[in-house]
Ligand binder design. Sequence first.
Ligand code: OOB
Length: 539
Amino acid sequence: MTAEISTNIDVVPFSVDRTRRYVEAGLWRGRAIPAEFDTWVADHPNRRAVVGGDGALTYSDLAIRVRATAAGFAERGIGAGDRVVVQLPNTPSFVVVLFALLECGAVPVLTLPAHRAREIVHLAGLSEATAYVIADSDGGFDYRDLAREVVGSVPSVTTVFVDGDAAEFTALADVRAERRAFDRADSRDVAVLLVSGGTTGLPKLIPRTHDDYAYNARASAQVCALTADDVYLAVLPAAHNFPLACPGILGAFGVGASVVLTRDPSPDHTFGLIEQHGVTVTALVPSLTHLWCEATEWESADLSSLRLLQVGGAKLTPEVAKLVRPALGCTLQQVFGMAEGLLNYTRLDDPDDLVLTTQGRPLSELDEIRIVDETGDDVAIGEVGELLTRGPYTINGYYRAAEHNRTAITADGYYRSGDQVRMLATGHLIVTGRIKDVITRGGENVAADTLEDLLLTHPAVSRVAVVGIPDRDLGESVCAVIVTRTTEPTLAELRSFLVGLGCAANTLPDRLVTRPSLPMTAVGKIDKNALVAAVGSRS
Ligand code: OOB
């Protein structure tokens, strides 16, 4: 039997050898996600699967809605292999639409609610999507206006499905038909297209196969010791890999646990949900973690059901990491992951110092890691280098990106993460920055992350981002953007503080900007591009 992916879309397949290894090791089970879904439903029909603003669905309720919606999609011309852009907030409809599209063999393109025309038009065009699924409006934004723009710019998009008031489009509520049987996708085919998280340029599409993504979720659930008694709260946008499959929604379903979805990540709202539904596990980015920890000082909800807080997406400082247990009363797990695949987790029984100061170690025994210098040679253990990886759930190339893949993937199939890391003897990784996050100031390289770490130790600095601003004389100048706690330090004070910590004079910030907050990406990471645009244009 051939091990190549049988797919009609532009994907770089796993090699025959590696496919065999993953199958033989039992990591890939040869079952498409809809077949897995059927098993979950059969195993736990009466358990609660999804809780959202408007009620709760058991696994069998969910299956009925998924099957009717899948048949409805098919009736409206959505067929096997069709790409469908999904842009929904965290509601039960997201879950129904995701599994319904998978059921009828379509490939969901999982965009985030914060994406706008620039991203959606690009992603719909690149994937030649035939349909687009939105909510009518959310968070004060009318997605039907966005849909009009997408339909006007991307000829392949012929149908827009709307959850809520459909205006001239098709109401999702009308997309239902009598259950019918669908051919199962090959487990090596692409199940979903995820959107890359980078903040530079336009996002790329990441093809995840049924086998690899099902394994991703199942192995993650194991690492988190998830059981049917767990209640997982999806706070981050559900279409992001972290809350979707690490272990997130898919991992929770795989063990018969419940998923509570919320559109509002504020402690004010989520703490009440934790108390009301007995939430046991959730996942946050570091900025939200900080906010939640602070909020326990004034919010009075009972959070005692919470047993595990996963934090990832950006570097968690040890200072904030230390707040988690005292403030929220639960175990912290650091997660260093990427939509492209590789996931690193601190383990539930890791000693505190590893949990507080590292970003975890690879999920799978078959994850392969290399840490290399600029010439591509492996660095010594403990040294900093770029993380390269390949493994049973890491892509071999972006979708329809032959040109970019030549540099993104090495000749022997390793994905170049662009992340700078060092590895401890325990195998745990510490993320030290992005390889490209370097400011070239008068010919000298200034590592933005090093300056950020040092500035954060200043008592007045609560958040910081260091960015390079184009400069006529220096090429780039160093600009520190800070959010202050109380008093506002001057540039001169911060410079002498840094000199006291051993910084060289030619690596100090040239400019200091104080802001009430830092701009964030769609999933809640500091958006340096937006910052450069904002700060640069003010000069
Ligand atoms: C997650 O996925 P993406 O695709 O949005 O972003 C991946 C990038 C990584 O390459 C790294 O640069 C950064 O985000 N990152 C972290 C980190 N976790 C992700 N940097 C430092 N410390 C961490 N703990 O962000 C993602 C996907 C699955 C699970 C968790 C996060």
